[in-house]
Design a protein around this ligand. Structure first.
Ligand SMILES: Cc1ncc(COP(=O)(O)O)c(C=O)c1O
Length: 407
């Protein structure tokens, strides 16, 4: 299978086979877990040649720098995104941190979208300024604001699409056209992995994911990945991160991700169908003020999402805001009651698991974001985020209905 050109087969075929060679020792179909910290050499000369990369092929010497199970995971991710190469990390934040340290230095300027995951927000507000890296925040979907924020030392634009937790869609091709070739466009596509969208093909220079979410898809492993050109991935490996900062995934987690990715196409389709059904239900619920889901025709992101997201898939995550004065309660109090009364959905952060997860961004994922910055990004105290799982859509809607009744 490895001789196949992944562009010549459908996504469903590629995602099962890409990256996974039959095991050279015994022909095992599933990629073995190379649970080893180091690799032995027959002779000093062989070791020296492997360290010097003089032997063709893949020759790991120490798992912090490379491991066959992790390499299979990286190659599958590169094929999944249509990128030249990929670097796997121990978590999504490992991927975010790696990209920052690999491509930015003291005196550079980076533009972040004004609403990103709370951990990434901390990197933007604290870690990068501490390193002497200038940071601006704009709504990256607003191209005029984005262009106005560019400085002579701007090296990177960073955004999520759809973003966390407002599910705002940003036009990747338009951003790339606006910033030009010398500024790297880095997209966190965690909320909508392939086959929903392929942001490198839209013009992004680098795509990263928290693998912890849809790509592993089973809620049992942390992981991250960065995908881009061979040159950028070489720079990422050389400069940092997995090797020097020590954030590679464990071989066991790489194995779990490889296993999870085989069903990515099937799972994602079902997540999206369920999310659409739940979004439509919430849209007509008298207690709900706004539903944020790009699949809804009422969404300001809908037209762009139809162009940028593929096959009528709009992702499995939605947010919604309750009305104030629901049964005499503020939207915050009503939201708390709603969450506390859900029976199928678990109150938990994270997303992309088979189980439906529901959370309150203002007190959980985005609690670390300053209240005024939260509000500026639309994250009100009454906002609820739901990662719609793989259960029956009917059961999920019934669960919401009974929880609304109990408010
Ligand atoms: C959009 C996004 N990016 C990155 C991360 C960080 O991922 P991880 O928890 O795997 O470090 C998250 C976590 O929720 C996220 O939602």
């Amino acid at each position: 299978m490895s001789k196949l050109d992944w562009n010549s087969v459908d996504f469903e075929t590629m995602i099962i086979h890409a990256g996974q060679e039959h095991d050279s020792a015994y022909g095992a179909l599933a990629t073995p877990i190379y649970q080893t910290s180091t690799f032995c050499f027959e002779t000093v000369e062989e070791g020296a040649a492997k360290f010097a990369n003089e032997i063709p092929g893949y020759h790991p010497v120490y798992t912090r720098g490379g491991n066959p199970t992790t390499r299979a995971f990286e190659l599958k991710c590169a094929a999944m995104e249509g990128g030249e190469d990929a670097v796997a990390t121990a978590s999504g934040m490992g991927a975010v941190g790696s990209v920052m340290l690999a491509f930015l230095k003291c005196g550079d300027h980076v533009i972040f979208d004004n609403s990103v995951y709370g951990g990434t927000n901390h990197v933007a507000t604290t870690n990068l300024p501490n390193l002497g890296i200038e940071v601006s925040r704009v709504d990256t979907a607003d191209l005029e604001a984005l262009k106005a924020a560019i400085r002579p030392n701007t090296k990177m634009v960073y955004f999520e699409t759809p973003n966390n937790p407002m599910i705002k869609v940003t036009d990747v091709a338009a951003v790339k056209a606006a910033v030009g070739k010398d500024i790297r466009v880095v997209v966190d596509a965690t909320f909508a992995p392939p086959p929903i969208q392929h942001v490198l093909k839209l013009g992004a220079d680098i795509v990263l994911h928290s693998i912890t979410k849809y790509i592993n898809g089973h809620g049992d492993a942390l992981g991250g990945v960065v995908v881009g050109s061979a040159a950028d991935m070489k720079q990422l490996r050389a400069n940092c991160m997995t090797k020097i900062n020590g954030c590679p995934p464990s071989p066991f987690n790489s194995y779990l991700v490889l296993r999870g990715m085989k069903t990515l196409a099937l799972r994602v389709e079902r997540h999206c169908q369920n999310a659409m059904a739940v979004a439509k239900y919430l849209e007509q619920n008298p207690y709900v003020k706004t539903v944020y889901y790009p699949g809804l025709e009422s969404s300001p992101s809908h037209e762009l999402a139809c162009r940028q997201m593929e096959n009528g898939l709009f992702g499995g995550i939605l947010s919604f805001e309750l009305k104030d004065d629901v049964k005499g309660l503020s939207s915050f109090e009503a939201g708390k009651k709603l969450l506390n009364n859900m029976k199928i959905a678990s109150i938990a952060v994270s997303l992309g698991d088979p189980d439906t997860l529901i959370e309150h961004p203002a007190s959980m994922t985005h609690a670390g974001v300053a209240p005024e910055a939260r509000l500026a990004a639309g994250i009100t105290d009454g906002l609820v985020r739901m990662s719609v799982g793989l259960e029956s859509a009917k059961d999920l809607i019934n669960d919401l209905e009974q929880a609304f009744e109990k408010i």
